[in-house]
Design a protein. Structure first.
Lengths: 114, 111
């Protein structure tokens, strides 16, 4: 079964509302998780590195206030898209670095902002 | 910074044809190299990896060799099947432990 659980798998929200996406590491205590964004027919763009118990590290060009990341425990990181707009519609994927097992990805969340 | 360049797709092949998807990288130090596969409607899965020069990663008939001299990690398979149709991503993990992806190559295998 999946060792990285991402929820929800898809969500539709209205413009101006906020959406929270959860990423759970089911069998590994993850001090570090990663959040990616994938545009249609394009690669995965690393948005930020989520660090347990401390602030996330954002990649250049990613708005910290728009994409809030919280990593409050070793098994859960959340990404909140605040005041969502249609251009935020995308596929968001989390990843856990599981030591010798390498990187494992969640199944992704399709966000559609209408 | 670190980067990965892979050949643009789509790549369309007939069943049992030979597959090569080129991947080159730029990185400081000695990164680990990966190929990930994304089947339609599914999440990313690790296909194979190599952690040092001259290592060969292999899985499900796919192979890739870590070539430091040419900074390449080309993916090959001797005989593709329809079930291999997917998007293939080359990636590296360097000193920062971040996974950096190429743009992905769509492979379509026709019966």
């Amino acid at each position: 079964g999946a060792v990285v659980s991402q929820h929800p798998s898809w969500v539709i929200c209205k413009s101006g509302t906020s959406v929270k996406i959860e990423c759970r590491s089911l069998d590994f205590q993850a001090t570090t998780m990663f959040w990616y964004r994938q545009f249609p027919k394009q690669s995965l763009m690393l948005m930020a590195t989520s660090n347990e118990g401390s602030k996330a590290t954002y990649e250049q060009g990613v708005e910290k206030d728009k994409f809030l990341i919280n990593h409050a425990s070793l098994t859960l990181s959340t990404l909140t898209v605040t005041s969502a707009h249609p251009e935020d519609s995308s596929f968001y994927i989390c990843s856990v670095e599981r030591g010798v097992y390498g990187y494992t990805f969640g199944s992704g969340t399709r966000l559609t902002v209408v | 910074g670190d980067s990965v360049t892979q050949m643009e797709g789509p790549v369309t092949l007939s069943e049992e044809a030979f597959l090569t998807i080129n991947c080159t990288y730029t990185a400081t130090g000695y990164p680990s190299l990966f190929w990930y596969v994304q089947y339609p409607g599914e999440g990313l899965q690790l296909l194979l990896k190599a952690t040092k020069a001259d290592d060969k990663g292999s899985n499900k008939g796919f192979e890739a060799t870590y070539r430091k001299e040419t900074t390449s990690f080309h993916l090959e398979k001797g005989s593709v099947q329809v079930s291999d149709s997917a998007v293939y991503f080359c990636a590296l993990s360097g000193a920062t432990n971040k996974l950096i992806f190429g743009t992905g190559t769509l492979l379509a295998v026709q019966p």
